[in-house]
Design a protein around this ligand. Structure first.
Ligand SMILES: [Zn+2]
Length: 103
């Protein structure tokens, strides 16, 4: 049955079927992002994969386009790099994209 004891699950794990088998993938609940007028919707959460002594994990980005769902696991270092970069990118986006929309 389940080779993983409950103590091996991160506190945020939903105890889904993926972490009950040998894949050892743990997913958190996904949080929906603000829905604009975009065609692609995005949800974010956490993931961790139990492989050997090191368990890579980070932020999970889920993109939905009608029936198609793509999940992209971003590792922790990349997640932190993205978080550091996003404020600057958003300032540029706000300054240029909103200005062009208003024009
Ligand atoms: Zn789990």
């Amino acid at each position: 049955m389940n080779n993983l004891s409950n103590s091996t699950h991160p506190s945020w794990c939903l105890r889904g079927p993926d972490c009950a088998d040998s894949a050892g993938l743990h997913y958190s609940r996904l949080v929906g992002m603000a829905r604009g007028n975009e065609i692609i919707q995005m949800n974010v959460g956490l993931w961790r994969m139990d492989v050997g002594p090191v368990s890579p994990g980070g932020v999970l980005l889920e993109f939905t386009l009608e029936e198609d769902v793509d999940r992209w696991p971003v590792d922790l270092a990349q997640s932190h790099a993205l978080a550091r970069l996003l404020p600057r990118l958003l300032r540029q986006a706000d300054a240029t994209l909103q200005a062009s929309r208003a024009a």
